[in-house]
Design a protein around this ligand. Structure first.
Ligand SMILES: Nc1ncnc2c1ncn2[C@@H]1O[C@H](COP(=O)(O)OP(=O)(O)OP(=O)(O)O)[C@@H](O)[C@H]1O
Length: 236
């Protein structure tokens, strides 16, 4: 392990419901996300990938265990307002279904996090333009999601996730709805931006090509790390 993890899950347990019908989505998982590294969480459907990413991204809280940030704070125990402030300042999210607002243009979708953060309008415009350029969509700024291909929509999703300059990126099956060629270009983009911007990226995926490019791979099975693949780097 190199250096302090930017975000780490320690002994994460997440149980939904109680009693006989309780679902043990995660049953004690450790994970680390490091600067400039791609951490991939993989495993069969229902193994707990989304649940784990939601905990790391501060979208849900564990039943037991902790999510710890590199500044020493325990994200999973902060008051809700502080979790929200931390999410806005430090964490970007990419979703399988893109999650774009249909009535807004590509540029307006990318601008949403900056509006929420009350960024100065002129700076907003500059940062949106720079980010659209970075994801190769400068010429599509005014188009609405329905006028864009799936791959282009996910590029907007990536731009929106990164426009606030987060240092942690959480991407839940970001290529799950894309054909394989388009998926490859989105993967390239995510891998490239992870290294270029020094982001700690944590991605869930079934895609063997993305797993191959990971710096760390965590294989989940029924809410626990698979004994044959837990926390190792692909080169171990
Ligand atoms: N809010 C919830 N309430 C009850 N059970 C839930 C909830 N969220 C997830 N689960 C259950 O927890 C388990 C893990 O689900 P999760 O969505 O994390 O798996 P996954 O690996 O992301 O699956 P997929 O690859 O299909 O997206 C599943 O059995 C699921 O049904």
């Amino acid at each position: 392990m190199t250096g302090l993890a930017r975000v780490a899950g320690r002994g994460l347990v997440r149980t939904f419901g109680a009693g006989a019908t309780a679902v043990h989505a995660l049953a004690g998982v450790d994970i680390e996300g490091h600067a400039s590294e791609l951490t991939v969480v993989t495993g069969p459907s229902g193994s707990g990938k989304t649940t784990l990413l939601n905990l790391l991204g501060g979208l849900d809280r564990p039943t037991a265990g902790h999510v710890v940030l590199d500044d020493g704070r325990v994200l999973s125990e902060l008051p809700e307002a502080e979790v929200l402030a931390t999410r806005r300042a430090r964490i970007g999210y990419v979703f399988q279904s893109f999650g774009l607002i249909p009535v807004l243009s590509a540029a307006e979708n990318v601008e949403v996090p900056l509006r929420l953060a009350l960024t100065d309008p002129r700076e907003r415009d500059e940062r949106v333009a720079t980010m659209l350029e970075r994801v190769g969509l400068a010429r599509h700024a005014r188009q609405r999601p329905y006028e864009l291909s799936g791959g282009q929509q996910q590029r907007v999703g990536v731009a929106r996730a990164l426009v606030g300059r987060p240092d942690i990126l959480i991407a839940d099956e970001p290529t799950g709805q894309l054909d394989s060629d388009t998926a490859a270009t989105i993967m390239d983009l995510i891998v490239h931006l992870t290294h270029e911007l020094g982001i700690a990226t944590i991605v869930s995926t079934h895609d063997p090509l993305l797993i191959e490019r990971a710096d760390r791979v965590l294989r989940l099975h029924d809410g626990v790390v698979d004994a044959n693949g837990g926390g190792r780097t692909p080169t171990d």
